[in-house]
Design a protein around this ligand. Structure first.
Ligand code: AMP
Ligand code: MG
Length: 412
């Protein structure tokens, strides 16, 4: 066997990240088209939002000092000077003076002079002109200040932040209609294996439908990258070498699947050693051990195992952070949503190895409790993941996770 010194996953990630330059190219996009993109500039709020003081309740805008001592037994009586309309320009509103109140809806602009709102439930109209207040308020009660959402000059996002749906809303609320973002990473996908056939083509016994590139394509697109399939390369040294050389010229990141182990027909390692520098060969994880990280002409190239389950796991655990760094992300947050569930069956794991177990979640409707059932199956079988809802990580220092344990499941 040729050298195969498996590294711990976090060490391998750290090593890979240290060798990756973020993409430098940027483009300016309409804010509404920038969801999922990585900011290439800091965002400083240009104006106060909402820009005017608003009521947070239906009720009466008042001077707080006027309400001193108000209660059910001792209501304060104020003169109603008008009613605020939604969307009304606050400059057209009458000022609220001592002894006065102005009717106001939730979200309505606070009239001049008023500094608090008494909610409708704490009031009663005596007649058209007079309102009785039953509660005391202090300045600011039920009022959203002009800068309560964002303050002018505030640093809202920093370069390297990946814009989410809520962030698009925030940018638009601030009146920011275009943003500078990094160009999307272009990721080239190569499948290797003489047994592989394009998925839609007829196959005969002995051949295997190529699915990895299709899975990776969608995983990459959902990460905001642009995936381009280069096709299938048979287990042929010269052809693999030529394909990798071309891909490295063309793409920001190259993913190969298959041929990453040490079999006599596995050419990925040798090819990458010849073309560049191999920094990782082997991860102390299961599935996914035969993984390669190399740098060829400054471009990161990752050799993923061919077994589809391993390929997906290595994408989730290793490729994601590499891609995130390459795409310009500064903060690498865990990418997954987690579900808390109770394990239905003891899961065993070899010490010194991180295990990832496919999990099906079952909801016990009567108890409202979520159960985690391990889905056992070979990593060659995509059915293992197709039947699963998520993944349970068993850290390397654990030899088992016992039945009944409460675990976090990363949703697929
Ligand atoms: P390898 O990593 O090349 O040893 O491949 C391991 C297993 O995964 C073999 O059974 C391959 O046929 C299978 N395999 C490799 N690449 C793919 C692919 N793109 N789609 C489906 N199965 C694959
Ligand atoms: Mg192979």
């Amino acid at each position: 066997m040729r050298g195969f010194e498996a590294k711990k996953l976090d060490e391998a990630i750290a090593l890979a990240l240290a060798h990756i330059e973020p993409i430098a190219d940027t483009e300016t996009l309409p804010t509404t088209d920038s969801c999922g993109r990585v900011l290439a500039e800091d965002i400083v709020c240009p104006e106060d939002v909402p820009g005017f003081a608003r009521s947070a309740m239906d009720g009466y805008a008042v001077r707080a000092s006027e309400t001193h001592g108000a209660s059910r037994e001792h209501p304060v009586l104020l003169k109603i000077i008008g009613s605020v309309e939604m969307g009304q320009d606050p400059r057209t509103l009458p000022s609220v003076h001592a002894g006065e109140a102005c009717e106001i809806p939730t979200g309505g602009p606070l009239p001049d002079g008023a500094d608090a709102v008494v909610m409708l439930e704490e009031t009663e109209r005596q007649n058209d002109q007079i309102v009785r207040l039953f509660a005391e308020v202090t300045p600011g009660t039920h009022v959203l200040s002009a800068d309560s959402d964002f303050r002018r000059g505030e640093l809202v996002f920093t370069a390297g932040h990946k814009l989410r749906a809520v962030d698009i809303g925030a940018l638009l609320a601030m009146g920011i209609f275009s943003v500078k973002v990094y160009r999307r990473a272009r990721v080239g996908l190569i499948s290797t294996g003489s047994e592989l056939v394009e998925a839609e083509q007829p196959i005969r016994p002995g051949q295997v439908r190529q699915i990895n590139s299709h899975i990776l394509y969608h995983l990459l697109e959902s990460q905001g990258a642009q995936a381009i399939s280069v096709g299938i390369v048979p287990d042929d040294r010269a052809r693999l070498r030529a394909t990798v050389q071309r891909a490295v010229r063309e793409f920001d990141l190259v993913l190969l699947s298959g041929g990453s182990s040490v079999g006599t027909r596995d050419w990925t390692l040798q090819t990458l050693q010849e073309l560049g520098e191999v920094l990782v060969h082997g991860l102390q994880i299961k599935p996914g051990k035969p993984t390669i990280f190399a740098v060829v002409d400054t471009k990161p190239v990752i050799g993923l195992p061919g077994n589809p389950v391993s390929c997906v796991l290595v994408f989730e655990k290793f490729v994601r952070p590499v891609l995130a760094r390459r795409s310009g992300l500064r903060v690498l947050l865990p990418a997954h949503r987690l579900a808390s569930a109770q394990l239905t069956q003891t899961v065993r794991s070899a010490p010194g190895r991180e295990d990832f177990v496919a999990i099906r979640l079952r909801l016990d409707e009567s108890l409202g409790r979520l159960y985690a059932e391990p889905v056992l199956g070979h990593s060659n079988n995509i059915s293992t993941l197709a039947r699963a809802d998520g993944i349970l990580r068993v850290p390397s220092e654990f030899e088992e996770v016992p039945e009944g344990a409460h675990v976090w499941v990363e949703l697929l």
